[in-house]
Design a protein around this ligand. Sequence first.
Ligand code: ATP
Length: 233
Amino acid sequence: MLSTRGLSVAYGGIQAVKNLSLELHEGELVSLIGANGAGKTTTLKAICGLLKPQAGDVHYLGRSIAGQGPWSLVEQGLVMVPEGRGIFTRMSIDENLRMGVYLRRDAAIEADVEAVYQRFPRLKERSRQLAGTLSGGEQQMLAMGRALLARPKLLLLDEPSMGLSPIMVDQIFSVVADVSKQGVTVLLVEQNAHRALEMADRAYVMESGELTLSGPARELLGNPQVQAAYLGA
Ligand code: ATP
């Protein structure tokens, strides 16, 4: 469904991603883990069209998507939930959610908004409240709900558990598992390496802009190198 070939991204003189090749098959949940500054966010931004790669290519659904902007990719079902959630704090919850349907013109919009409210009753109770007044976990739910309303085929999630309480972390991961079970392909970037490996089919490990390990997530969970570097063993 998605592949990058020799992807390189630089910020001026800083080489953030170097010659990175990864792939995701339809229906998979793949985690990308690595230390702070390893280049995970930069990789996601290059995939979804927010950053222009210096070299390399990205293929999505069998075609090169190099040079396409995020709006065009969202229309094709490639949707990212950014780190920090990207909530419009001075808009209501309902208005934020409806930004997710901005590019849609079909008849199922209202039913889909209602389905998101069913999935996240907390958002429904507060639909007219300003989004900036939500807790961190609720804002993450809002960001996920908004992304789901764009009808993603491939969802890129950047640190969805960041800064959340353990209960909220559980809830967010359970939504991710659920969305994946419904057939959406997921690329999950996470600091919480343990949870990210537990729930994924496969995973990649990134260090200093490069992929250093990859394989079935269960195998990486048992890998002593991964345990020492990322699992606190
Ligand atoms: P974290 O887990 O801390 O979010 P990350 O793995 O997502 O880290 P990136 O945010 O992709 O890492 O950053 C990779 C490298 O690129 C880092 O050295 C970072 O300082 C640098 N970098 C990121 N964004 C910019 C920017 N806008 N301008 C300059 N350098 C940047």
